[in-house]
Design a protein around this ligand. Sequence first.
Ligand SMILES: NC(=O)c1ccc[n+]([C@@H]2O[C@H](COP(=O)([O-])OP(=O)(O)OC[C@H]3O[C@@H](n4cnc5c(N)ncnc54)[C@H](OP(=O)(O)O)[C@@H]3O)[C@@H](O)[C@H]2O)c1
Length: 172
Amino acid sequence: MDIELVMAISEVWVYGRENQLPWKLRDDMAHFRRLTSGPGNAVVMGRRTFESIGRPLPNRLNIVITYNSDLKVPEGCIVSPPKIEIVQWLIRDRSVVKLFVIGGLKVWELFFDVCAVAHITRVGGNPEGNKSIPATSPLRLLASWQWSPVELVISDERNDFPFTIYRVERKT
Ligand SMILES: NC(=O)c1ccc[n+]([C@@H]2O[C@H](COP(=O)([O-])OP(=O)(O)OC[C@H]3O[C@@H](n4cnc5c(N)ncnc54)[C@H](OP(=O)(O)O)[C@@H]3O)[C@@H](O)[C@H]2O)c1
């Protein structure tokens, strides 16, 4: 099974603001939908990210990571503790072929070592936020992977800030 990271970060590694995204980027949302939707796809996310989205993402299995085994989630979602082996066990009999790790911080970190590919949206224009990837996080090693630009988008009425989508591959 393929496991790939998906994240949007500013040039100074900001990724969240008051439990929402620090920006409105409709074309990045469309890219996210195209990338992660489809039969055989699953997304894995932290409980706060799930709450900030507020509903299961359609056309893909939603896995919500929490220590709270009593967490109630709607149909289309399953709950897992933060253990890669348990997530893999949970999706084994659901015909999942591709798992996208969509954040936040601890979930990206949890899966970082088993990912060789990341889809990173680098957001320009210095958006403000209160959540960023710390300088001590292993995720900062992404800076030394191979970054290939896929799409460059200017800011306009659909997108608050300019951004570039990269396919980022671990160097072997
Ligand atoms: N820019 C982006 O690409 C992006 C992507 C996703 C989210 N976001 C933003 O990021 C923010 C939410 O992310 P976040 O980092 O604050 O939280 P998060 O990772 O979404 O959720 C944190 C919660 O997940 C559970 N959890 C997951 N992994 C864990 C681990 N390894 N150890 C312990 N607990 C773990 C815990 O739930 P319990 O407390 O229930 O045990 C923890 O409180 C929001 O602002 C959201 O909009 C941005």
